[in-house]
Write a protein that binds this ligand. Structure first.
Ligand SMILES: [Zn+2]
Length: 189
């Protein structure tokens, strides 16, 4: 039996010892067929935002089980099998320490459900560079994600592939506020 894997190993600057989330492909059956109830609230929110942003009134995450498991050194992974099945495995230790868990689940569903690749675009401003996507290969700072209306900007980037709102809002912020985010991006979540 042949196995092939696709890994991009990148260390996260915002998640301590854990590597960034990743997307893995391989042959074989998935480990779980149902989702751990812990993740239900995040799935419901993902669906709610998708519907609100126009991805269809019947939008469902569907058959993508999310469970704690061996994330191969990453905080979480989306595994897409060649038989068409998907699953998300989340490292239990990473889950315990991360400040905003929605970022992890939404990132993996971005891979597994929305079929997105990583988006490492950064907005370059006078005082630093700032991640503009939940799909950045290194976990997004929870401070950035939750600040003011940024959450909406990041959600529009994720679901609509439209970063114009987050770019507009970041560009409008005073430099000292942006410097605060730049520092916090290198702390543990
Ligand atoms: Zn990823």
């Amino acid at each position: 039996m042949q196995f092939w894997f696709f890994f991009i190993f990148l260390f996260s600057t915002s998640c301590g010892k854990f590597k960034a989330s990743d997307h893995k492909k391989g042959i074989g059956g998935r480990q779980f067929n149902s989702t751990d109830a812990v993740f239900n609230e995040y799935i419901i929110n993902f669906e709610k935002h998708a519907i609100r942003l126009g991805l269809g009134s019947g939008f469902k995450v569907g058959d993508i089980p999310i469970n704690f498991g061996d994330a191969k050194g990453h905080s979480a992974i989306c595994i897409s099998y060649q038989n068409g099945q998907h699953e998300v495995l989340i490292d239990r230790s990473a889950w315990k320490i991360v400040k905003n868990r929605e970022i992890i689940v939404f990132h993996e569903l971005g891979h597994c459900k929305l079929e997105l690749d990583h988006d490492d675009h950064k907005l370059k401003l006078a005082n630093g560079s700032f991640k503009t996507s939940v799909m950045n290969s290194q976990l997004l700072s929870w401070r950035l994600y939750l600040f003011n209306d940024y959450n909406e900007g990041f959600l529009q980037d994720l679901f609509l592939k439209d970063r114009s709102l987050i770019v507009k809002e970041m560009t409008a912020l005073p430099p000292n506020t942006l410097e605060f985010f730049l520092k916090s991006a290198h702390q543990k979540p």
